[in-house]
Design a protein around this ligand. Structure first.
Ligand SMILES: Nc1ncnc2c1ncn2[C@@H]1O[C@H](COP(=O)(O)OP(=O)(O)OP(=O)(O)O)[C@@H](O)[C@H]1O
Ligand SMILES: [Mg+2]
Length: 274
């Protein structure tokens, strides 16, 4: 092969590699939006409830002129406003493309930012949420990608509990292994032992797309595994048919910064002073 041909071939390989990377990034973003899309109705529902609270307390404040009632109305309006702000901030932080950058992140805060988006959906499907956060483990991660993984696992767990159930979610440091562990246990249908490997394969699914055409691509767990492995972490599954399933994520523990304990930026309500 001539030097000219070889050079041309190398250029072509480089171009295909860039194209492949771009398509992969688009796929991850599309899967991310599809997962949160399945929550669109519950999030809108909750936002509507918050607005109803604000409207009703504003009316009460206007009707009753006494200081006590008005103060109570302002309190309720303020906390409803904070709640609304938390939901929109959570949504924006989830939807943004953060690139590949990794930062020292508080894993409890990362998980809590996802919970703001799913709480109503779980409630609407009669799934009780029980959390157990031990300490404030930190890890060097791309928080946005870890949110995508946690959201996928929560949506899967909820879908596995068609008649309701309990979702146990824990975040804890394991000092012996120097790993932070995020564990999600559901009381759903479970996965047969011979399928436990297959579920991580791209396009393996036992689900039909819903009425909005969302879900059932079989890409959720494949991307979860890819993201966790790119972080040099581990994703493990244990399951018993008819009893439930546990997914555990393990990520290398990092030293918490001096300011640890403060809420994440994404968790802070955005209140603009006028
Ligand atoms: N918590 C769980 N309980 C029972 N089965 C599960 C659970 N999580 C995943 N599965 C099984 O693994 C399969 C693959 O999951 P994955 O998230 O990759 O795709 P999906 O949920 O089917 O599709 P999508 O994520 O695009 O909505 C599911 O179809 C389901 O059969
Ligand atoms: Mg899924």
């Amino acid at each position: 092969m001539s030097a000219g041909n070889l050079e041309h071939l190398e250029q072509e390989v480089g171009r295909l590699r860039t194209e492949n990377d771009d398509l992969r990034r688009q796929l991850v973003q599309m899967q991310k939006m599809s997962a949160v899309g399945s929550l669109a109705s519950s999030i809108t529902h909750e936002f509507n409830n918050v607005l109803t609270t604000i409207i009703n307390y504003a009316k009460m404040g206007l009707r009753h002129k006494d200081v006590g009632t008005r103060e109570k109305a302002f309190d309720k309006i303020l906390s409803a406003g904070h709640r609304a702000s938390k939901i929109t901030t959570g949504m924006l932080s989830y939807a943004r493309t953060q690139g590949e950058r990794r930062e020292l992140s508080d894993l409890v805060a990362v998980v809590e930012d996802v919970l703001v988006l799913v709480e109503k959906d779980l409630q609407m499907h009669r799934v009780r949420l029980q959390t157990d956060f031990v300490g404030r483990p930190f890890a060097m991660v791309n928080a946005n990608q870890i949110q995508q993984v946690v959201l996928n696992l929560i949506v899967n767990a909820r879908q596995a509990m068609e008649n309701g159930g309990t979702l146990y979610l824990s975040v804890r440091p394991n000092e012996e292994t120097s790993m932070a562990e995020i564990s999600l246990r559901d009381t759903g249908c479970g996965i047969p032992a011979d399928k436990l490997r297959e579920i991580f394969e791209p396009f393996y699914t036992t689900k039909q797309a819903d009425q909005q055409g969302q879900g059932g691509t079989g890409l959720g767990l494949a991307l979860c595994r890819e993201i966790i492995e790119a972080h040099k972490g581990r994703i493990r599954v244990e399951s018993a048919v008819g009893k439930g399933t546990t997914f555990t994520l393990k990520l290398a523990l990092a030293h918490a910064p001096a300011t640890a304990g403060a809420p994440s930026v994404a968790a802070l309500p955005v209140v603009k002073a006028s």
